[in-house]
Design a protein around this ligand. Structure first.
Ligand code: ADQ
Length: 414
């Protein structure tokens, strides 16, 4: 981190995450559990902390209770040197209205920036899985001399309607010529026609320029008050936006396989695939990189226990992650991620599945290609993910790719 610059971090955590329903029926998207023991927001916060930021606010709004609780219980920095991660709910500081968009969230929270008087503000989203060294991006930002820098990564062109798409100056690839938020028809890159250069929703700003931009946007009655839709174009139109190519990213402990890994987990399918990325023998996202730890809540839970069932039948667990407090008794588990306090009983089969906390799978039940939210109970002999018509008839979500999602606390009977 440049020693002479004071840096302030803002995590935008107020999005609804409609495309992750029913997992976001009851919680904000950044609070959605991931990889057994984490919440999505832990990735953004771990990256900021590992990059050396010590003053970070998390702006929340939508169904923020479990998110607020997680941030306040887990992310307690020492009070020394005025270090903090603070969860800040929408406060209606500019009248009786909630945040209308991500830029409005910053506008309504300007007092936080004015109190700290930083030189630089790092603004990040809260729902991506990745490791990123923001100190390198901040150095590139300062070196560019531009007041705004957008982090970007190449993505398949068919996903361009989900991202801000960046076109760089032909004579200066670090400078943005055009920025289109979620275009329907994007043009591919000259050297890779099937790819676009996509904004990662992570930005570095000179603090005074950010204040100026969100303040002038706040006066607009036509703006959606959105970072990608309005604030980035504000800087691009003035020729003042630079781009940071995530390809440069090289956090300590990364390998050729997982360097510059980044997943937007905005849909059920991408959420599921990101879990699959964790569990192979040579994972493309390595949770076990202790040089750039992903921090989360420390559970006061016993170790995982694998036992034969009462009749002495063996089980198998392979290519899987099983979180603390779990008990697996004579069951078969494959290519799955189990949350804390999972209980899987005799003869049950769990494959290609993601289980949140405290899920119970009773004897001889089958769970395949499925995501089970917290406290789901699959009763003895019941099946999930085997007959999709039946899954739909029972009110479960089934995606086009054939993943079944069961909402929180549901009891599934045969
Ligand atoms: P999206 O993620 O679709 O695209 P948005 O829904 O605004 O944009 O969410 C961005 C972040 O802001 C998320 O972390 C969300 O939780 C948060 N957020 C949204 N509304 C908020 C509000 N009212 N208050 C507080 N926080 C809020 C963005 C960019 C694209 C970029 C993709 C990358 O706009 O240009 O390509 O991220 O995934």
């Amino acid at each position: 981190m440049p020693a002479t610059k004071k840096v302030f971090g803002i995590v935008l955590a107020g999005g609804e995450g409609k495309r992750l329903m029913p997992l976001t029926a009851d919680r904000a998207k950044p609070a959605v559990p991931f990889a057994g023991q984490y919440r999505l927001i832990d990735f953004a916060l771990s990256n900021l902390i590992n990059s050396g930021l010590t003053q970070i606010v998390v702006l929340t709004q939508y169904k923020s209770h479990s998110l607020d609780r997680h941030v306040s219980q887990t992310w307690r920095l020492s009070g020394l040197l005025n270090s903090y991660v603070a969860s800040v709910p929408a406060q209606q500081r500019l009248g009786k209205r909630w945040f209308s968009g991500s830029a409005d969230a910053i506008l309504q929270s300007l007092n936080l920036i004015r109190d700290e008087k930083p030189d630089i503000v790092v603004v990040v989203g809260a729902d991506h899985v990745y490791r990123m060294d923001f100190s390198d991006m901040i150095e590139a930002h300062i070196a560019s001399g531009k007041p705004a820098t957008v982090a970007a990564i190449r993505q398949p062109i068919e996903l361009s309607d989900q991202f801000g798409v960046i076109d760089v100056q032909p004579d200066d690839p670090t400078s943005i010529r055009e920025f289109l938020e979620k275009p329907i028809n994007a043009t591919g890159l000259a050297d890779a026609p099937h790819e676009v250069f996509a904004s990662m929703g992570n930005y570095v700003f000179d603090a005074d320029a950010l204040i100026e931009a969100v303040t002038s946007d706040g006066e607009s009655t036509t703006s959606n008050h959105d970072m990608g839709g309005d604030i980035v174009p504000y800087f691009v139109n003035r020729g003042q936006a630079g781009v940071y190519d995530f390809k440069r990213n090289d956090v300590p402990g990364s390998t050729d396989r997982d360097r510059a890994y980044w997943r937007d987990v905005g849909t059920i399918d991408s959420f599921f695939e990101a879990h699959q990325d964790l569990i192979s023998t040579l994972p493309i996202f390595n949770l076990y990189n202790a040089d750039w730890p992903i921090f989360s809540q420390q559970l006061n839970s016993p170790p995982v226990k694998f036992v034969r069932d009462a009749k002495g039948n063996l089980g198998t667990t392979i290519d899987s992650i099983v979180s603390l407090g779990s008990l697996i008794s004579g069951a078969h588990i494959e290519r799955s991620v189990l949350g804390s306090w999972s209980l899987v009983e005799s003869g049950a089969r769990v494959s290609d599945a993601v289980l949140f906390d405290r899920v119970t799978v009773r004897p001889d039940a089958v769970v395949q290609r499925a995501i089970l939210d917290k406290e789901v109970v699959v009763e003895a002999g019941a099946q999930i993910g085997v007959d999709h018509d039946r899954d739909r008839a029972r009110g479960f979500t089934v995606t086009d790719s054939g993943l079944t999602v069961v909402g929180k606390g549901v009891r599934v009977v045969p």
